[in-house]
Design a protein around this ligand. Structure first.
Ligand code: B1M
Length: 219
């Protein structure tokens, strides 16, 4: 059993490695976390994501600039590659196909990648269209893939406007489609206004909301 102080030491080390954009240290501490029995999702949220949050605060205070943020996210991804295969979730009983992407005009994909990770860890098949995805592409791919759910992500107040259009286009082309939206500038009220079927504030809630939306029998 991992003692609290050791667990905190490891989480701090992962967080610091992200903030200090030290990819090697990040990988090394993520491996240590697994070796010492720390839960991979906890290491992701309280280590990697917390590190990215701290980096963003430095950005807000103009201590860090765009290049630092990019290398911080590289360190975070390197750690995620180590932890991802070990992330378990209690919601793994609901499985389906998810078509996912960041809407056009928006290149922020760290959150979307975390969402993808959680869905994959839950046994979903994820078709990731990436970032800055043209709205027509969501429709085209949904027609081909017939996913149980389409997930749209946006990180800017400016780009989230495209979600409303995307939901409308998807519903017009494939009336039975279910759409889940998320991203920092959204909230449940905006999600309803955009006509989406569901909203989630983080990656874990997204999987739970998805299970509720598709109401699939346990597999
Ligand atoms: Co930019 N950026 N950025 N940025 N960036 C923000 C978003 C901003 C708030 C910073 C600020 O001004 N304070 C601001 C947006 C302002 C607004 O709303 N209008 C902003 C801006 C303006 C910009 C540029 C325009 C800057 C410029 O060039 N002048 C530019 C964007 C260009 C474009 O997109 N066309 C830009 C660029 C960048 C970088 C490339 C440097 C980098 C992105 C790297 C990358 O993603 N690969 C970056 C970053 C890192 C940020 C901040 C600092 C951090 C975002 C992040 O990754 N958070 C951000 C400020 C901030 O948030 N403090 C900022 C961590 C991530 C884990 O959280 O993405 O929220 P998040 O995801 C969460 C939830 O939101 C949720 O679950 C995730 C995990 O729990 N979620 C979903 C997300 N998607 C979901 C989907 C779901 C469900 C849940 O269902 C489908």
């Amino acid at each position: 059993m991992l003692l609290d102080h050791r667990k905190n030491e490891i989480l701090d080390a992962i967080r610091n490695a992200v903030v200090q954009y030290d990819e090697d240290q990040c990988v090394s501490w993520c491996k240590t976390a697994l070796q010492e029995g720390l839960d991979a999702y906890e290491a992701t949220t309280k280590g990697l994501t917390a590190g990215m949050d701290a980096a963003t605060q430095l950005y807000a205070r103009r201590v860090y600039y765009v290049p630092e943020l990019l290398v911080c996210s590289d360190a975070m991804y390197a750690g995620l590659d180590i932890l991802r295969p070990f992330i378990r979730t209690e919601t793994a009983i609901h499985r389906g196909k998810l078509l996912l992407g960041v809407v056009e005009g928006d290149i922020h994909d760290i959150g979307k990648n975390l969402v993808r990770t959680m869905f994959e860890a839950s046994g979903w098949l994820v078709f990731d269209l990436g970032k800055d995805v043209k709205l027509e592409r969501f429709v085209e791919e949904q027609k081909k893939i017939n996913a149980d759910l389409v997930g749209l992500s946006a990180l800017m107040t400016t780009s989230m406007i495209a979600m409303e259009k995307a939901v409308g286009m998807l519903k017009a082309a494939v009336p039975e489609v279910k759409v889940l939206v998320g991203g920092a500038p959204l909230n449940p009220e905006i999600a309803v206004k955009f006509g989406s079927d569901g909203y989630a504030e983080d990656a874990v809630c997204a999987v739970q909301e998805a299970a509720r939306l598709i109401k699939k029998p346990t597999v």
